[in-house]
Write a protein that binds this ligand. Structure first.
Ligand SMILES: [Zn+2]
Length: 640
């Protein structure tokens, strides 16, 4: 038996989020791996938790009129409660506001600094508040929008500590090359390799623009800096094991698998291994990145009102049925679609017909012919071929699981059920018993019981409670000992007696949840923060607003959003303004229109073009509208 250690993690979930099917999916995969690892007697540590620092949390708390910690406590508890209701078998639930975590992050910062990987400099760049990340100009969409979330970035300059990410480029490439399985699925590994080959810039790892985070270690004597949320967050994987405090559990490191959604792959596959190399710690064995879920083929969004609430689905259809569905339905790494129809099909067909019904057939036949007794000692004598086929399928399973090919795992696991159902049709126990072949008939029941036993053990990590019920009906318990006997050593099942029982997976005839028709995106006006900051009139007049006329308009090449305008605001020459209005205004629409211009904005470059002002506009979900004077005005007229 392996004395292997299995450390399995989910990402720590961001407390500015509501738990959705994606969170449930990641966590259920991790739970399945952890349960399996325990079943094969591996020393297992399963970590989940919440990510609670950063500007967004600070702002969200403020908007709700709450203390930041209080807000974080509330949302963190929601995640924890959901996982408890979902019977997630985590060993630790970490919070980045935990004291031990903060100590560990500070220690890591010091160690990286001592190793020469941290230096102080100035940072100026395009910053996305929503993603809490800087992006190089080359990555911006249309020269100004965040490549990850599409929101407008702003130029931020601040003093910052930097991590020498560039130093690790070659070492990372070497790691990807020498460990073909380090990033799963493999297609994702190729994406990461291409990204790193493109060159790595050093990474700004502190912020001075907000306060809610881990401070630098005292010896730096630099209290205005807060450690970058991603360094803080990624460190949870080792601080949860006591890094920097009580390090006893560090023996679980390196992680066997970090499960993540594909949106955070770069942080895990590029930054995290570099941080670890700097700390002199071994690298994780696998980073598994899964895809997105849609609903009935449509992207889920709050405004469409079609977000799948995992709790609602589990309550209606059964938690374990939902677990099975998610793991069976999608190839890991690919995108998956949730529909009640597909879920019902899986429950009725795979679980009801193939698995549940087989148990009922066994109970029926053994009850009718043998007063409920099932003995398996003659299985090998009469059904060697079937048993060999079954064992060949079972032997393929474990590697599939740890390569995260869960849909293939379950597909392969269903083969023995097919073999069992086929054997019943082929050997026709009802005829055999009439011909007096009692041994053959008993052995056939034994074969079915053996198959059900093996399948329930191998399915246990996915459906713990249902498989316990099956095992109980077959007179044994699922645990590392029975795993060894029945799976590894192919030992015979002890004789047992069956009892009549209700079907395990009752047929579901119709959809159990009301399906909201995906609505039009709600016409939502961007909300002002609840607490308005009041300003004096002098502050308002710091902005110079003027009427102008668009005297020339051109499209900006390769840009879907930008128009290049010359706007006469009564100066000796027109101002050049690059405006992101092309989705709503054509060159012809805008030409000769009067507009309102912010005239004292610092010039900026967009797509390499100088922009010397900004047009006033209002935007809601129905589109963008320029603000224009109600009656024509002389160019240069001030607006007040
Ligand atoms: Zn963004």
């Amino acid at each position: 038996m392996s004395c292997h250690k299995s450390y399995i993690t989910t990402p720590i979930y961001y407390v500015n989020d509501v738990a959705h099917i994606g969170h449930a999916y990641t966590t259920i995969i991790a739970d399945t791996l952890a349960r399996y690892a325990r079943l094969i007697n591996q020393d297992t540590f399963f970590l989940t938790g919440t990510d609670e620092h950063g500007q967004k949390i600070e702002e969200a708390a403020k908007n709700r009129g709450k203390a930041t910690q209080e807000y974080a406590d509330e949302i963190s508890a929601k995640f924890k409660n959901l996982w408890d209701e979902f019977d997630i078998s985590y060993d630790k639930f970490i919070r980045t506001t935990d004291k031990e975590h903060k100590i560990g992050v500070q220690k890591a910062f010091s160690v990286m600094y001592q190793n020469g990987d941290i230096y102080k400099d100035k940072y100026k760049g395009h910053y996305c508040i929503s993603c809490e990340a800087f992006f190089p100009e080359t990555q911006l969409v249309d020269g100004e929008f965040c490549p990850d979330c599409g929101k407008l970035t702003s130029i931020v300059e601040e003093e910052s500590y930097f991590f020498r990410l560039s130093k690790y480029q070659d070492k990372l490439l070497e790691w990807y090359r020498d460990n073909p399985q380090c990033i799963l699925p493999k297609s994702k590994r190729n994406e990461v390799i291409r990204f790193v080959e493109g060159g790595l810039n050093d990474l700004s790892i502190t912020r001075t623009s907000f306060d809610w985070g881990v401070k630098l270690p005292k010896e730096f004597n630099d209290p205005k800096h807060v450690i970058y949320v991603w360094l803080d967050a990624l460190m949870n994987y080792v601080t949860a094991l006591g890094y920097g405090t009580d390090e006893a559990n560090m023996e679980f490191w390196p992680a066997r698998v970090h499960l993540i959604g594909k949106d955070i792959l770069r942080f895990h596959a590029v930054y995290w291994p570099s941080f670890l190399m700097s700390l002199g710690l071994p690298l994780p064995k696998h980073i598994g990145a899964h895809g997105w879920w849609t609903r009935n083929g449509e992207k889920m969004s709050k405004s469409k009102g079609n977000v799948v609430n995992p709790k609602e689905v589990a309550d209606a259809y059964g938690l374990e049925n939902f677990r099975y569905f998610m793991l069976r339905e999608v190839p890991f790494g690919g995108d998956g679609d949730f529909s009640q129809r597909a879920l019902i099909d899986r429950i009725n067909s795979d679980l009801g017909n193939d698995l549940g019904n087989l148990l009922n057939r066994l109970i029926g036949m053994s009850g009718k012919y043998f007063d409920g007794l099932v003995e398996s000692n003659l299985v090998k004598e009469f059904y060697r071929k079937e048993l060999d086929e079954v064992n060949s399928s079972i032997s393929k399973l474990e590697p599939l699981l740890f390569e995260l090919q869960l849909h293939k795992y379950l597909e392969e696991l269903w083969r023995p059920l097919t073999i069992a159902n086929r054997a019943i049709d082929k050997y026709q126990p009802w005829s055999m018993i009439k011909e007096g072949k009692r041994d053959e008939t008993m052995a056939l029941n034994g074969l079915i019981a053996t198959i059900l036993a093996k399948v329930s053990i191998m399915l246990h990590a996915v459906m713990p409670k249902s498989t316990n019920i099956i095992a109980n009906a077959l007179g044994f318990e699922i645990n590392p000992k029975s795993f060894n006997h029945i799976i590894r050593e192919d030992k015979i099942l002890a004789p047992f007696k069956t009892k009549k029982r209700e079907p395990l997976f009752p047929r579901i005839e119709k959809e159990l949840l009301e399906e909201k028709k995906p609505q039009e995106e709600k016409k939502e006006i961007k909300k002002e923060p609840k607490t308005l900051t009041l300003i004096g009139i002098d502050k308002f007049f710091e902005t110079s607003l003027k009427i102008g006329t668009v005297v020339e308009a051109k499209e900006v090449k390769k840009s879907k959003k930008l128009l290049l305008l010359q706007v006469d605001i009564g100066e000796d020459r027109p101002r050049q303004i690059v405006a992101g209005i092309k989705e709503w205004y054509s060159v012809d629409d805008i030409l000769n229109k009067q507009v309102c211009v912010v005239a004292n904005l610092k010039p900026a470059k967009l797509m390499g073009l100088k922009s010397e002002g900004m047009l006033l506009a209002a935007k809601d979900s129905s589109g963008l509208s320029l603000i224009i004077p109600e009656k024509p005005k002389v160019n240069g007229t001030p607006i007040s």
